[in-house]
Design a protein around this ligand. Structure first.
Ligand code: KIV
Length: 252
């Protein structure tokens, strides 16, 4: 299993593969595919629980998803996403992060340049992954971030501050490719993991349900579908329904 230092050592050497997973079944699949890191993202609120925002999942549910993911992937680095307001100030964030570690996480991910919180967690020995660019917990629109020179400069400065505060990796969401490259080069030791940040970052992350085509909805512009399991699942269930209705199988 990769530890935080192994992840940092991959910068500039080998692209990091991260995928979300939320339960033992899909975590097992991700581990079998030898991904480097599994993110138990708060995107679970959208893709599993059917809510419209990631703010609709809380600590208790996230703990259950993290422990289920650990049972399915005992040998893969697991990042637990700190849900909305669980990291609102340093001491609350530390208590919640410690609960995630007890549930099986190797590190926690925090949205935004929460430097004080990151420092506090690092002082207590908790590994932290940063997240800049589009921040779904607080976003009012899903536009690409960092298009203006000022916004791009602010993102670079935030990334450098997060590196200095001790994050072991940085997720960059929905920013221009040239900015993804610029931030990646501006960080000495911290690998960047993009989702809609172009090809010139140190790794990629996708939401599992988008990558495996597990839902029938339109994908965000930066997502990729590698297989259509929703269509295959519907076909399988239609075959089951037909076998029951036409009494095709023996169901002893
Ligand atoms: O919750 C999530 O799945 C995420 C990814 C989009 C990076 O934060």
């Amino acid at each position: 299993m990769l530890q935080a230092n192994d992840i940092k050592a991959l910068k500039g050497k080998s692209p990091i593969v991260m995928i979300t997973a939320y339960d033992a079944c899909f975590a097992r699949m991700a581990e079998a595919a030898q991904v480097d890191m599994i993110l138990v993202g708060d995107s679970v609120a959208n893709v599993v629980l059917g809510f419209s925002t990631t703010r609709d999942v809380g600590m208790e549910e996230m703990l259950m998803f993290v422990s289920a993911t650990r049972r399915g992937a005992p040998d893969t680095h697991i990042v637990a996403d700190m849900p909305w307001r669980s990291d609102v100030e340093p001491e609350i964030a530390l208590k919640n992060a410690q609960r995630f570690v007890l549930a099986g996480a190797n590190s926690v991910k925090i949205e935004g340049a929460c430097i004080k919180v990151v420092r506090h967690l690092r002082q207590a020995g908790i590994e932290v992954v940063g997240h800049l660019g589009l921040l779904p917990q607080t976003a009012t629109s899903f536009r690409q971030h960092g298009q203006s020179a000022d916004e791009a400069e602010k993102l670079l400065q935030d990334a450098i501050e997060l590196e200095q505060a001790g994050v072991c990796a940085l997720v960059l969401e929905h920013i221009p490719e040239r900015l993804g490259a610029h931030i990646s080069q501006g960080l000495q030791h911290v690998p960047t993991i993009g989702i809609g940040a172009g090809n010139l970052v140190d790794g990629q992350v996708l939401v599992l349900h988008d990558a495996l085509g597990l839902h029938p909805f339109k994908l965000p512009p930066f997502a990729h579908k590698f297989v259509d399991l929703y269509a295959q699942g519907v076909m399988g269930l239609e075959a089951y329904a037909e076998s029951v209705r036409k009494k095709k199988e023996n169901y002893f």
